[in-house]
Design a protein. Structure first.
Length: 298
């Protein structure tokens, strides 16, 4: 091989590396854009109405089995707040903050400073409006940005959570970025929807949720090793599947009837959207569990 051929091959290798890098970066950016599009859409925006200002599911037990979706969401929010070890004057990060209501309530309950981030511009603006209405702009701030590229220095926070958000991200990348901004010894709390063992090989379900809600779900048994490799020590996994999944579809059905007027006013094809939501929730409740994970940064 002569010198010219060698240089041509070298240039080709450099081009191939650059193209592969661009493809990976574009795929990542596309994923973020699709999640943002999902939550900025009319269907995504109505979630705040259905879930009582929250963007997460609910918790129901014998004491509140008759509660509606919004009340169940409130209860799950209180459970998460009680799971944190954050104290007055400390900083807390809410990664994938949704409409910010749980972060705002955390700041009020614990007296801490909360910084939240969401990929949805609509959610970020809504969260800031709520914070202003609550008179808490000195305690909370919500940013529009990328959870995998947090605009904060290393070791900035005393605690944090992913509240029903990590499955929209790459789990490993999200945990690594959380570790970067958390101080040593800080507690990270997260909720996740792990694949049930009967669904681990169900590629049809995996493709459906990937396509429709841009989510990737993992098995609960992956968490100890996943956390360890990301620099966290697993403290506890609470399985609350039985308090979330069984009533999911009936509570959503009730919410769509309660807020039928708002849905029909806000969404172009409301009947189709409602059918899609109910199908999705039924499909997810059959294939996923619900866990609360508590871990400590090593």
């Amino acid at each position: 091989m002569n010198k010219i051929d060698t240089q041509k091959n070298k240039n080709k290798d450099i081009k191939d590396i650059k193209e592969n890098k661009d493809i990976k970066e574009n795929k990542g950016n596309k994923g973020k854009k699709t999640v943002a599009t999902l939550y900025d859409s009319p269907e995504g925006q109505i979630g705040s109405v259905l879930f009582g200002g929250h963007m997460h599911w609910g918790y129901w037990d014998e004491s509140n089995s008759k509660d509606n979706f919004a009340q169940g969401s409130d209860k799950l929010s209180r459970i998460m707040i009680n799971k944190t070890s954050i104290t007055k004057g400390q900083r807390f990060i809410d990664i994938g903050c949704g409409f910010g209501l749980s972060g705002i309530r955390l700041a009020k309950a614990k007296g801490c400073r909360v910084d939240g981030i969401t990929i949805s511009k609509f959610q970020q603006e809504s969260a800031m409006k709520t914070a202003k209405a609550e008179g808490l702009l000195d305690k909370v701030n919500f940013l529009h940005g990328d959870a995998l590229n947090l605009p904060f220095d290393n070791d900035s926070f005393d605690g944090g959570w992913f509240f029903e958000s990590i499955f929209h991200m790459n789990h490993s990348a999200a945990l690594n970025e959380a570790r970067r901004v958390l101080k040593s010894g800080s507690i990270l709390t997260l909720t996740d929807l792990p694949l049930l063992s009967v669904s681990k090989n169900d590629n049809k379900f995996k493709e459906y949720v990937k396509k429709n809600i841009h989510s990737n779900f993992i098995l609960v048994e992956h968490y100890p090793d996943l956390l360890n490799k990301s620099g966290f020590e697993l403290i506890k996994i609470d399985d609350i599947t039985s308090h979330v999944m069984p009533l999911l579809v009936s509570k959503l059905t009730e919410a769509t009837l309660t807020y039928k007027k708002e849905i029909y006013k806000s969404i172009p094809n409301p009947e189709k959207s409602i059918d899609n939501w109910l199908y999705l929730f039924k499909y997810m409740s059959k294939n996923l569990g619900y866990i609360i994970v508590t871990a400590k940064k090593i």
